[in-house]
Design a protein around this ligand. Structure first.
Ligand code: PLP
Length: 429
């Protein structure tokens, strides 16, 4: 499989763009090699600049629940574009999308649209601080809530892939109000709440963490967080940018039956366009300007083209979508497990409903350190062995597998054949 064209584009990109990429997770730094430059997507397939075709198990890091170039989504966006790209004034589409989000997500009564998950997370934090009059945040090690200053502390995902602890450029002031706790550790949360409870504006979590590979909550842990937030008067924020509309139409809060005060959404909500959201109880959300004093804004927020795509994407989310998606995810997870067992490769294939992940370790991870301590060289070998066989996985062992509705049976067979070949190649050394 030649990648000369990608190599050429990469060398050119390096001159014009830092690291050749506009988001570090796209780089191949942690697995080695040249990132593939993509020219088009068709359903389950990515096509690169050399004309190679890959089954896509990243799906733009989650948004493309229905695969690439899904007709209904593109038609809606094209029709909206024909009416103009942006108005800077309210549109009916924004109400329709807001109503669809409120209808789907159990805890959301009012919602505001933003352009990225980072913006939505940052705004949720400001809202929590503004509403409580408190400064501190409790955040879990390895959870990613976008790259805003207060939240890019022990943030998993791209930061972890690059092996850097946080980031230069974040002031001590911004970082010192973020209290870090290990995931799934009730004792540590209790201790942090005992010490900082009166100053805690928010407890933030990815309810099903998927930026430190996949580390589902221990039974009862989300309900425990709800109780701890209530006990100290902190706002409970669930970052459902990945889990929202993916685990179920109502996200992890629906699956686990625990409702946060604020939910952060992104990725699927925009159907592949720059759109994200945060929403929650009406009394909380009404602290936002222009009703209340907490300021939050955006020139392109609620952009009509992105909104049209989002409405179309959410309109496709019927119950059988989740049965089908879970079926495909189960086939992949069970097939990967069988491939590793047949080859004698030690690996944990984790699955939580429609999300899955591969960690090369002796035991399933329960916290960030377990993932950090896994064999990331083995992940890099698996990644390249799969890529050579035409399957595009995330180029980092801290990321998960994002399945799509475009994965039909012949494609699933192709993925499993690739996994068997890749596992055998790994075993051969
Ligand atoms: C992707 C992601 C974000 C950030 O969203 P962007 O649109 O990339 O800014 C926030 N939280 C979680 C859980 C994410 O996976």
């Amino acid at each position: 499989m030649s990648h000369d064209a990608s190599d050429r584009l990469y060398r050119r990109a390096l001159e014009a763009i830092p690291g050749g990429v506009n988001s570090p997770v796209r780089a191949f730094n942690s697995v080695g090699g040249t990132p593939r430059f993509i020219t088009r997507g068709e359903g389950a397939t990515l096509v690169d600049a050399d004309g190679n075709r890959y089954v896509d198990l990243v799906n733009s890091w989650g948004p493309l629940l229905f695969g690439h170039a899904r007709r209904e989504v593109l038609d809606a966006a094209s029709a909206a574009l024909g009416r103009g790209s942006s108005f800077g004034a309210p549109t009916e589409g924004e109400i329709v999308l807001a109503e669809a989000i409120i209808d789907a997500v159990p805890s959301i009564e009012r919602v505001r649209l933003t352009n990225s998950g980072t913006e939505a997370g940052m705004s949720a934090v400001r809202l929590a601080r503004g509403a409580t009059g408190r400064d501190k945040l409790l955040k879990f090690v390895g959870h990613y809530h976008g790259h805003s200053d207060a939240l890019l502390v022990a943030a998993g995902s791209g930061v972890a892939s690059l092996g850097i602890p946080g980031s230069p450029g974040i002031t001590q002031g911004a970082a010192q109000d973020t209290i870090l706790v290990p995931w799934n550790d009730e004792e540590a949360v209790r201790a942090a709440v005992a010490t900082h409870g009166d100053d805690l504006a928010a407890i933030l979590a990815e309810p099903v963490p998927a930026n430190m590979n996949l580390v589902p909550p221990a039974p009862g842990f989300l309900a425990f967080l709800r109780a701890q937030a209530d006990a100290c008067g902190a706002v409970l924020v669930f970052d459902e940018v990945i889990s929202g509309f993916r685990l179920a139409r109502g996200g992890a809060q629906q699956v686990h039956g625990v409702l946060p005060d604020i939910t952060v959404l992104g990725k699927i909500v925009g159907g592949g366009f720059p759109l994200a959201a945060f929403g929650g109880r009406a009394d909380l959300m009404d602290h936002l300007a222009p009703v209340g004093p907490v300021y939050q804004a955006g020139t392109l927020s609620g952009n009509p083209v992105a909104v049209a795509a989002g409405i179309a994407n959410l309109g496709l989310l019927t119950d059988d979508v989740y049965d089908c998606l879970e079926g495909a995810t189960r086939i992949i997870a069970e097939g990967f497990t069988a491939a590793f067992e047949a080859a004698g490769v030690t690996a944990q294939v984790i699955r939580h409903g429609t999300l899955a992940g591969v960690v090369f370790a002796d035991e399933a991870p329960t916290r960030y350190e377990d993932v950090a301590g896994a064999d990331h060289d083995a992940y890099a070998r698996f990644f390249h062995a799969m890529l050579d066989r035409g399957v595009y996985l995330a180029p980092s062992g801290y990321e998960v597998i994002f399945t799509s509705m475009a994965l039909e049976q012949p494609i699933l067979d192709q993925i499993l054949d690739a996994a068997h070949g890749a596992a055998q190649q790994m075993a051969a050394g």
